[in-house]
Design a protein around this ligand. Structure first.
Ligand SMILES: Cc1cc2nc3c(=O)[nH]c(=O)nc-3n(C[C@H](O)[C@H](O)[C@H](O)COP(=O)(O)OP(=O)(O)OC[C@H]3O[C@@H](n4cnc5c(N)ncnc54)[C@H](O)[C@@H]3O)c2cc1C
Length: 536
């Protein structure tokens, strides 16, 4: 197997400046546009096959859809109901691989469907048994029926009126933005350059073929022309905009659908198990999930006409979630209880796809090759990012005339991977996300007493974690540090706003910024984070 020729950022550090320094004198094999789950997965796949890989992200890694998911690594029990067995099989296999390859960020979660009608027992029992069978030897734990007492023990706040019992199955849960960064870090460990705040503004063409990209460093204004054997468009809901840089008449591939979540105090569901509401009043499923000592509830499915980087929940989506959650909780949440709202946009494959150009890899994702050779990957889900990347690079090898090499990611441990039972994995929740880097982070915190102080009394993070994010994890803004390297914004939007001045000062000290920068960051972040609060 070809060894990657440069490890740009092996160890606990990735540095943006070091990667930018490579731009002027590197011949890239693969340029990936977009630093969400899909693009980062593609970069890891390409680089670990030995192709020189550059990834460019217009904002921060996972700024768009990939930090706004339900945080489930799942086979998708609802696809079973639709009879889509092959999709469930693929996702269950990927779930099993991810539990091994990113064990510090992905863990088992029990889901309980409370039963209020006698026939629901056999109905869910059969479905969940099939789910177990499909997972095969990668199954997490067997599903089973619960009686009324067991159901109440596991979910103390469940609505008990007419409750008969429950059905329990297992899936996995993760921290999406942290997994995205672990992928960026993994790609860099193997020699790829992954650069945030570097939008692609145009495509370079020669004889009708795409041969590279134009990009601009948002921090310095420097423009680049970068060449590669193959260019991959992994821009999620923005994929059609990038396709139209190539061909302004390119047909639309993506249908955009919004999903909203809201976050509540843990007291609304003080349990380590999640509730799965199998049938909302619009026929969807809804999850009530413990996450980082809070409760996450979602989601919705609202077609949207446009792609936006900061989508906003609609009032009716919030009411829908509160109404359906209340059916299953003894203590009904109201809008005043919401700590944070967030919305994300699903990049779904247009149902009309499947024509001659399109190579549909499954009902969920598609790799589309334009006549110019631009390779676009759309659809899918976080759980299947690895398989999507494999399919994309298999096609990119042909398009770019790259030497054929096998995919290496099936058993590739991602950066920081540490088994959940490894004594080196910290017990404290706010440190677990670092996995194998935790000891190094702890040493950094211990170097200076102030670093070990809480960032904010209602948030689980320490001041030094913001400094670490700037120094070692490519955080460039308050948004990067509070929304994705830590998850402060999603856990408590008000606390995140209150923490912004301190976070800005800590970042400025690391990045060498002045007071004007600090003031501008606080203003911009406060404005952004207000969009995550219920209207007062
Ligand atoms: C509400 C919701 C819940 C979900 N829940 C789950 C779940 O529980 N489990 C699961 O498996 N999946 C889930 N998904 C699906 C999953 O989140 C998405 O499939 C996945 O995150 C999409 O990743 P992506 O990289 O394709 O898109 P994105 O994350 O949007 O990444 C695309 C990136 O491209 C960048 N970009 C765009 N244009 C340019 C340009 N010109 N130059 C440079 N960069 C550019 C954007 O800034 C963006 O960062 C959920 C999705 C939603 C919306």
């Amino acid at each position: 197997m070809p060894a990657p020729d440069v490890a740009i950022d092996a160890g606990a550090t990735v540095k943006r400046a070091r990667m930018i320094a490579l731009l002027d004198h590197t011949q890239w094999d693969v340029i990936v546009i977009g630093g969400g789950a899909t693009g980062l997965g593609v970069a890891v796949d390409a680089q670990t096959r030995g192709y020189r890989t550059l990834l460019l992200e217009q904002y921060d890694f996972a700024k768009a859809t990939s930090s706004r998911s339900t945080k489930l690594v799942h086979g998708g029990v609802r696809y079973l109901k639709q009879g889509n067995i092959s999709l469930v099989l693929e996702a269950l296999r990927e779930r099993g691989l991810l539990c091994r390859n990113a064990a510090h960020l992905v863990h088992d979660l029990a889901f309980i469907v409370p039963r209020y009608k006698w026939w629901e027992g056999p109905f869910y029992g059969v479905g969940f048994k099939l789910y177990d069978v499909l997972a095969g030897k990668l199954n997490i734990a067997k599903s089973r029926r619960l009686n009324r007492r067991e159901t109440i023990e596991r979910i103390p706040n469940v609505e008990t009126k007419n409750l008969i019992g429950g059905a329990m199955y297992h899936d996995a849960q993760f921290d999406d933005a942290r997994l995205a960064f672990a992928l960026a870090h993994t790609a860099a460990d193997h020699g790829a350059a992954v650069i945030n705040y570097m939008p692609v503004t145009g495509l370079l063409k020669s004889g009708g073929a795409v041969v590279g990209v134009q990009a601009v460093d948002q921090e310095t204004g420097t423009a680049y022309e970068l060449r590669a054997k193959v260019v991959i468009n992994a821009t999620g809901v923005f994929a059609d905009a990038v396709r139209r840089l190539d061909d302004r008449y390119a047909e639309a591939l993506v249908a955009t659908s919004q999903g909203v979540h809201l976050v509540l105090d843990r007291s609304f569901q003080p349990s380590n198990s999640a509730i799965m509401v199998p049938q909302t009043d619009d026929g969807r499923v809804l999850f009530v999930i413990p996450w980082h000592e809070r409760v996450l509830i979602g989601t919705t499915d609202t077609p949207m006409p446009r792609a936006e980087i900061e989508p906003r929940p609609l009032a009716e989506e919030v009411q829908f979630i509160l109404r359906n959650a209340a059916r299953y909780l003894s203590h009904d949440p109201s809008e005043a209880d919401v700590l944070s709202y967030f919305a994300g946009l699903r990049p779904l494959v247009q149902p009309t796809q499947g024509g001659t150009q399109t190579k549909a890899m499954s009902r969920e994702h598609a790799v589309v090759i334009s006549p110019s050779g631009l390779v676009t990957i759309v659809g899918g889900k976080w759980t299947t990012y690895r398989k999507m990347a494999q399919d994309t690079i298999d096609d990119a090898i042909v398009v770019g005339g790259l030497p054929e090499r096998p995919c290496m990611t099936e058993h590739l441990r991602l950066h920081g991977c540490l088994d959940r039972h490894d004594p080196a994995l910290p017990k404290a929740g706010h440190m677990q996300m670092y996995g194998a880097d935790a000891a190094e982070v702890q040493a950094f915190l211990d170097e200076d007493g102030a670093r070990g102080e809480l960032l904010h009394p209602r948030l689980p993070y320490l001041r030094g974690q913001i400094s670490w994010a700037a120094r070692h994890e490519m955080a460039r803004t308050v948004d990067d540090a509070l929304s994705r390297r830590t998850r402060a914004l999603l856990l408590d939007a008000r606390a995140a706003i209150e923490a912004a001045p301190l976070a800005a000062a800590l970042l400025a000290a690391e990045l060498g910024r002045d007071r004007a920068w600090v003031a501008a960051q606080i203003a911009a972040y406060t404005d952004l984070a207000r969009g995550y609060l219920p209207p007062s």
